[in-house]
Design a protein around this ligand. Structure first.
Ligand SMILES: *[C@@H]1O[C@H](CO)[C@@H](O)[C@H](O)[C@H]1NC(C)=O
Length: 284
């Protein structure tokens, strides 16, 4: 397989300037929070994250990326997962001017649905939470969670369904993450002060350890440090015409999610934002 990959690389040198699908977790990622709580499975092609009373855990990409698409398959903590939070996000790690794109999976009591919260920080400003519930049980099987990020928009996908779009509305003075590369991160931790029913439901440690599973890590993007001009090259597939706006089929699915699965949208939270934030007025 490695030899074949090398031949493909030599034949199509151009495709090697951007990152492709890695064979193993450790090719693109490293453990950032306690080795003992992240176990490699299937020869490193999948991992198990562990949360117990001693610790949660986390990992991050070795590189940062400026535009691209990141996706992984995740199977969330099953059963009584109240008070646990599993996160998958990109972050520029630049504190006061940080850019960040978040997926957070908020656990629940057995039989109660998970909530998926997304947030977008641009140039240090976040507070753009949206929450949806899911049309499947995310702890029963693996599902694909992806973030597409190009010059035109950021799209959060679950399987093939767009659940959130943040458009580049810089022309209207709305900040868009465009200059800072971001790393890819994931963590599993305890956050029972806020996660489930606003903190009312506490974690049940008698159910620990809690396990989440990840596989099919796929980062396609411009690594930083990496090839010069990669991020501004129009040749990257994620900048292509098909990715500059939702297709009609995607737009239909996105409307379906917003009509049937959205449970919170900061855009319509009048008590928090008496004046509707400008990006919300600019259309979905
Ligand atoms: C947990 O289940 C309750 C009851 O169905 C629901 O109100 C809540 O939104 C669910 N999710 C979280 C994360 O609290």
């Amino acid at each position: 397989m490695a030899a074949l990959g090398l031949i493909v690389c030599i034949v199509a040198l151009i495709s090697c300037t951007v990152n492709g699908r890695p064979a193993t977790f450790l090719q693109d990622f490293r453990i950032t929070w306690v080795d003992s709580h992240i176990r490699q499975l299937e020869g490193g092609r999948a991992i198990q994250l562990v949360l117990d009373q001693n610790s949660g855990c986390g990992f991050s990409s070795k590189y940062q990326y400026l535009f691209g698409r990141v996706s992984m398959k995740i199977k969330l903590v099953p059963g009584d997962s109240a008070g646990t939070v599993t996160a998958f996000y990109m972050n520029s790690d630049t504190d006061t001017v940080r850019d960040e794109l978040d997926f957070e999976f908020l656990g629940n009591r057995s039989g109660q649905p998970y909530t998926v919260q997304t947030n977008v920080y641009a140039h240090g400003k976040g507070d753009r939470e949206q929450r949806i519930n899911l049309w499947f049980d995310p702890a029963a099987e693996f599902h694909t969670y992806s973030i597409l990020w190009n010059h035109h928009h950021v799209v959060f996908y679950i399987d093939e369904v767009p659940i959130r779009v943040y458009k580049n509305n810089e022309a209207r003075g709305i900040p868009f993450p465009k200059v800072q590369p971001m790393g890819v991160y994931s963590t599993l931790w305890e956050a029972d002060d806020w996660a489930t029913r606003g903190g009312l439901e506490k974690i049940d440690w008698s159910k620990a350890p809690f396990y989440a599973y990840y596989k099919d890590f796929d980062i396609e993007g411009c690594p930083v440090p990496g090839p010069a001009n990669c991020a501004s090259s129009g040749g990257n597939w994620w900048e292509g015409a098909a990715y500059q706006q939702l297709s009609p089929a995607e737009a239909r699915r996105y409307r379906w999610v917003r009509m049937n699965h959205m449970i919170y949208d900061y855009c319509t939270d009048k008590s928090r934002y008496p004046v509707t934030p400008p990006e919300c007025v600019a259309g979905i």
